[in-house]
Design a protein around this ligand. Structure first.
Ligand SMILES: CCCCCCCC/C=C\C/C=C/C(=O)SCCNC(=O)CCNC(=O)[C@H](O)C(C)(C)COP(=O)(O)OP(=O)(O)OC[C@H]1O[C@@H](n2cnc3c(N)ncnc32)[C@H](O)[C@@H]1OP(=O)(O)O
Ligand SMILES: Cc1cc2nc3c(=O)[nH]c(=O)nc-3n(C[C@H](O)[C@H](O)[C@H](O)COP(=O)(O)OP(=O)(O)OC[C@H]3O[C@@H](n4cnc5c(N)ncnc54)[C@H](O)[C@@H]3O)c2cc1C
Length: 669
């Protein structure tokens, strides 16, 4: 162990790469300056011995995992402050994003940062929904970690249907306070990250009652624990919800209230208000309360879906280049498993997905920022489109990413099943995002609502926004003969989306015409509706990727690779959904063999650059945390070293032998 020689197969892969890997890294990071900043940041944090893992966390108890995560979180956030003070380079917000959503956080706290919700949800909620005075008070306290806060919305009984939340906040004008209660077991808050034992404040979403009337759900800031002793305040029932599939250091908690009083000023009042006498003042739109969820959905596409997939791909691709198993031609010697076409089919389409996710995430981030500025000016016109796109991109990208990470694990055979491969924790992190911040099916159905309306508008000649403009033009264009080109792929994906949306809209109309209630008609058609939303999202991602690949200002060598990946994205999803393309895009069965061949040729073309592409993601070994994926490819030495960290290997004979096994073996059953 300890060898620094690079595995010779990996070395050969790197030598035969046809493009400049550093150019891809700069493109991926957003420019050479960004790459430099990222590397400095990684060095500053990851070289600190205090932040190094001493015992793999899998060997710690549940309690030890949390305590160790908390120790590191405190150190980490002290260092963030130190970094900003000493370098003056990059705002603290950039650094936080890299720590909480980027790769850096996952290197130091792979199973989740217990402070994450303070930055990812509490602060955005106060900034988006608090008055200027509320922001002035709460933002600095939370930002500087004088207090630690979370976002408590979901309850034991309701996660999706938030209008059904049961926690009550009843205004008492005699004291100018809100009184919080949890009237039922199902009204207990359940899930908020950091709520268990970390946070002392939370944004709590509750049904607001004033003057005897319920005004629906609203956000309030509630103190949960004493700032000195950390003891729960009177009437607060709080704890941790227990061990989970993954994210075991994020400290998800439960919370109940019994006549807990908070001052009136703790209701976040940028949008709706309660005046001292209890008069309720309406918000311009009740959906503004949902703003934080949009923000996190937007952030997840890049920060979780694309980022963790790029990690899994780096591990699986490097491993596949050095792992040898079997022969393609008898007697020709053992083959790198990356030579098997089936292996390429497992790994290269997810590489293409990773690029499509990144371009889409950048688009989504830009429209999020411009729509947020419009909302601040009172203009709500583009909110529905932002909501629809945030929902479907969050759903499709987290689903694709989780599925592809599992494929990467399977592509590494038995060794991928080890925790030391880092696949289990990576998968645990991403599959959680399929559920939190809006369960994926539910989000697709939200997008479908927008699409059906857009379809009706297209039919009645109304104006359509950017992402649904194609619903007007597509049905008018005649179906042409199939051509294997990117342009044709772009059109075919839109035709499939438009066809699926039309099928849904007409199925609903047909049902309503024969007397089915509109809500029942919606439910009956909802399998197709969720699919329509997914095809819309796919068509959007295809087009964004085409625009990116064809217009990127890069060398011809790199551009060629980007175009190949883009074509692979299209051909892969087309072949996976042939029925749709037959039904809606004029594809004939006689066209399929040439598309299959096109896709296989792309796999062949990408093959020499596969290691170069994942090297281009430039994920350091400290961030990868994988015995299978390290840059030098010394897999077998690392697997051995990791095995020897097992506490069971500390003694040649474990004490359980004397306690149980020996008496059992000698008992002559
Ligand atoms: C940087 C990376 C990040 C790192 C992450 C770190 C780790 C953190 C780990 C975990 C954090 C997790 C946090 C959470 O999970 S917090 C809880 C999140 N909960 C949800 O997302 C709940 C999902 N449910 C909903 O969003 C809604 O209840 C609903 C949309 C499903 C339904 O709401 P409802 O009021 O019933 O609406 P309707 O269906 O009746 O629709 C009415 C109308 O409103 C429109 N609309 C709905 N939502 C929004 C919105 N957000 N913005 C704008 N408009 C919205 C909807 O489209 C309808 O419009 P209409 O058709 O025109 O009437
Ligand atoms: C790791 C993790 C972290 C979390 N962190 C937080 C947090 O910090 N703060 C917080 O408040 N919450 C948090 N949550 C909660 C999370 O937001 C909810 O779990 C999520 O919104 C789903 O709600 P649910 O669990 O009630 O599922 P349900 O809504 O009960 O979903 C169960 C099933 O019912 C289906 N379903 C439900 N409604 C519909 C519908 N209208 N149409 C069709 N199908 C439907 C769903 O598709 C799903 O298949 C977290 C959850 C997890 C897993």
């Amino acid at each position: 162990m300890g060898s620094i020689t690079i595995n010779k197969d990996l070395l050969r892969e790197r030598q035969s790469c046809t493009f400049n890997v550093l150019e891809l890294t700069h493109l991926w990071d957003g420019g050479p300056e960004k790459t430099k900043e990222r590397k400095e940041l990684e060095k500053f944090f990851l070289d600190d011995p205090e932040l190094q893992e001493k015992i793999p966390s899998e060997y710690l108890s549940h309690k030890e995992k949390y305590q160790e995560a908390l120790r590191r979180s405190c150190l980490l956030f002290k260092k963030i402050k130190e970094w900003s003070d000493t370098t003056g380079c990059g705002s603290q917000m950039d650094t936080f994003q890299n720590i909480l959503g980027g790769m850096l956080g996952s290197a130091i706290l792979p199973d989740g940062v217990p402070f994450a919700l303070n930055y990812v949800m509490f602060l955005p909620t106060v900034m988006g929904q608090g008055t200027m005075q509320q922001q002035a008070y709460w933002v600095s306290r939370a930002w500087n970690c004088e207090i630690m806060c979370t976002y408590a919305q979901t309850e034991l009984g309701h996660g999706t249907f938030i209008r059904g939340l049961e926690t009550t906040a009843t205004y008492d004008p005699s004291t100018e306070e809100f009184v919080f209660n949890s009237p039922t077991l199902t009204s207990y808050k359940w899930w908020p990250g950091g709520l268990g034992h970390t946070c002392n404040y939370a944004v709590v979403v509750a049904q607001l009652y004033t003057k005897g009337q319920c005004h629906g759900i609203h956000p309030f800031i509630v103190q949960l624990r004493d700032e000195e002793t950390h003891m729960p305040l009177p009437g607060i029932k709080i704890g941790e919800i227990g061990s989970k599939l993954g994210m075991n250091t994020i400290n998800n908690g439960y919370l109940g209230f019994e006549n807990v009083r908070i001052p009136r000023e703790n209701m976040l009042m940028k949008n709706s208000k309660v005046l001292p006498d209890g008069t309720y003042v309406n918000s311009p739109s009740d959906k503004l309360t949902y703003g934080t969820m949009i923000f996190v959905r937007v952030a997840l596409v890049r920060g979780i879906a694309a980022a963790y997939l790029s990690k899994a791909l780096t591990i699986a691709t490097r491993y596949s280049a050095l792992r040898k198993q079997g022969e393609i031609k008898p007697g020709a010697g053992e083959t790198q498993i990356l030579e098997y076409r089936t292996q390429q089919h497992k790994l290269f389409p997810p590489m293409a997905m990773c690029f499509a996710m990144r371009c889409s995430a950048d688009w989504l981030w830009d429209i999020y920022n411009s729509v947020t500025a419009e909302l601040d000016r009172g203009d709500l016109e583009r909110l529905p489109e932002l909501h629809a796109m945030a929902c479907c991109l969050k759903a499709v990208c987290t689903k694709d990413s989780a599925k592809a990470i599992e494929v990467c694990r399977l592509a590494t055979g038995g060794h991928g099943y080890m925790n030391s491969s880092n696949f289990p924790s990576t998968y645990g992190m991403v599959t959680a995002a399929e559920t939190y911040e809006g369960e994926n099916t539910v989000l697709l159905l939200q997008t479908a609502r927008f699409l059906v309306k857009a379809w009706q508008q297209a039919r009645s000649g109304g104006n359509l926004t950017e992402t649904v403009e194609y619903l007007k033009t597509m049905p008018l264009q005649p179906l042409s003969l199939w051509v294997n080109s990117l342009q044709h792929l772009g059109i075919a994906f839109k035709r499939v989306a438009a066809g699926n949306i039309e099928t849904c809209a007409t199925s609903i109309e047909r049902r309503i015409l024969v007397g089915v209630a509109p809500e029942d008609a919606w439910n009956e058609v909802s399998i197709q509706l969720a699919k329509a939303a997914e095809t819309h999202c796919r068509a959007f991602m295809m087009q964004i990727f085409i625009n990116f690949a064809t217009s990127a200002q890069v060398s011809p060598e790199l551009k060629k690779v980007l175009i190949e990946l883009c074509e692979l994205y299209g051909t892969y999803f087309l072949l996976d959904n042939l029925g749709d393309f037959f039904m809606y895009a004029g594809l004939r069965s006689s066209d399929v063999p040439s598309i299959q061949e096109w896709m296989e040729t792309l796999l062949h073309k990408i093959r020499p650059n596969a290691v170069g592409i994942v090297d281009g993601f430039d994920i350091s070994d400290a961030v990868l945390r994988s015995a299978l994926g390290a840059y030098d490819g010394n897999v077998y030495e690392r697997l051995f070293a990791e095995a020897n960290k097992s506490p069971l290997n500390a003694e040649p004979v474990d004490e359980s032998f004397h306690k149980y096994l020996k008496p059992f073996l000698k008992s002559n059953l």
